[in-house]
Design a protein around this ligand. Structure first.
Ligand code: 1HE
Length: 268
C-alpha cells in the first residue's frame, strides 16, 4: 500500500514527490520528470517535511527520481524573481531541508541515473549512500549560469571528493560519469541501467536491519567527528559506544552471537 493511502504524513507532500512503503523501507521519488526533476520551492519544502518526520516504522529511505534523470537541480524558472535577501533565504531553505536528510533519523540511499546536476548533486551528497546506474552523470554548471551553489554543496562535496575536484567541477563545468564518480568515491555502488532501485532497496533493507540507535549514531556522529578535532572525536565515539552497548538490542544481538545463533561476517 502506498503511504499516500495509509498515512497522513505524505498527504502533506507536493505533487512533485511520491512516497511508497516497502516494509520498513520508504521510497521517496521525485516525480517531476517533465521538468527533469528540477527542484522548486514546493519540492524542497516537501523534502524537509518528509525527512523531518519519516513515517512511523521506517528505518531507511531510498531516494530516487522518475524519468530519464535524477534531477536537473535548481528550478531555474524561479530564480529571476528573487532579490539578494530572498536569495539568501532560498539557499537557507535548501540547507534546512538537506540537513534533515544528512542529520535526520534514518539512513538515506540515493539511487541515481541520468543528470545529477547542480542542486541535484547537492541533494545526492546529503544522502548517506549513493547507487548510480551507468547513465548517471554529475556536474556543477552554476558558473556557466553566473550563479553559485546554494544547497550545501560547498560544505558536503569537499569531504566526499576533495575541494580541488569540486573547484575543477565548478570552474570548468566538466561532467563526471558514474564510473568517474566511483573512482573518486562519489558513487558507492555502480550498477547497470534499470538495476538501481533493486540495488538501493537491497542496501536499504540491510541497513534497516541494523539497530536503529546504531544507524542514528552513525549518521549523527560520523560526519561531525570527521570535521572535529581528534580529541573531541575520540571522546564522542567513546560515549556513543557506551550508549549503544547499553541498549537492550545490543545485549540481545551479542548474546545471540555468543550462543551461535547470530550471523557471522561472510567473505565478500
Ligand atoms: C528545467 C531545468 C531546470 C530542465 N529548471 N526547468 N541546472 C542546470 O543548469 C541544468 C539544466 N538542464 C539541463 O541541462 C537539461 O535539461 C538536462 C541535461 C538536465 C536534460 O536535458 P533534456 O534534453 O533531457 O531535457 P530538456 O529538453 O533540456 O528539458 C526538458 C524540460 O525541463 C524543459 O522544459 P519545457 O517546458 O521546455 O519542456 C526544460 O526547460 C526543463 N528543465 N532543467 C527548470 N534546472 C540551490 S542552488 C543550486 C544551483 C543549481 O542547481 S544550478 C544547476 C541548474
Amino acid at each position: 500500500m502506498s503511504m499516500s493511502e495509509s498515512s497522513t504524513e505524505s498527504t502533506a507532500l507536493p505533487p512533485t514527490l511520491r512516497a511508497e512503503r516497502r516494509g520498513d523501507v520508504a521510497i521517496l521519488t521525485l516525480t517531476r520528470a517533465d521538468k527533469r526533476n528540477a527542484l522548486d520551492d514546493a519540492t524542497v519544502s516537501g523534502l524537509e517535511r518528509f525527512f523531518s518526520a519519516p513515517p512511523d516504522g521506517v528505518r531507511a529511505v531510498v531516494l530516487t527520481g522518475d524519468g530519464e534523470h535524477f534531477s536537473a537541480g535548481l528550478d531555474l524558472t524561479e530564480l529571476s524573481e528573487r532579490d539578494v535577501f530572498a536569495g539568501v533565504e532560498h539557499s537557507r531553505s535548501w540547507h534546512r531541508a538537506f540537513e534533515r536528510i544528512e542529520f535526520g533519523t534514518v539512513p538515506v540511499v540515493a539511487v541515481l541515473h541520468g543528470a545529477v546536476i547542480g542542486g541535484g548533486l547537492e541533494l545526492a551528497a546529503a544522502a548517506h549512500i549513493r547507487v548510480a546506474e551507468r547513465s548517471a552523470f554529475y556536474a556543477l554548471p552554476e558558473a556557466s549560469r553566473a550563479i553559485f551553489l546554494g544547497g550545501g554543496g560547498t560544505v558536503r562535496l569537499p569531504p566526499l571528493i576533495g575541494a580541488s575536484r569540486v573547484m575543477d567541477m565548478i570552474l570548468t563545468g566538466r561532467t563526471l560519469s558514474a564510473e568517474d564518480g566511483q573512482a573518486i568515491g562519489l558513487t558507492h555502488y555502480l550498477v547497470d541501467e534499470g538495476a538501481g532501485l533493486a540495488k538501493g532497496l537491497e542496501i536499504a533493507g540491510r541497513i534497516a536491519g541494523n539497530a536503529p540507535f546504531t544507524n542514528y549514531a552513525v549518521i549523527q556522529l560520523l560526519p561531525r567527528i570527521a570535521r572535529s578535532d581528534p580529541a573531541a572525536g575520540f571522546a564522542t565515539e567513546a560515549l556513543a559506544a557506551a550508549i549503544a552497548q547499553g541498549e537492550d538490542e545490543a545485549k540481545a544481538r551479542l548474546k545471540a552471537f555468543l550462543e551461535k545463533s547470530g550471523p557471522k561476517v561472510a567473505r565478500s
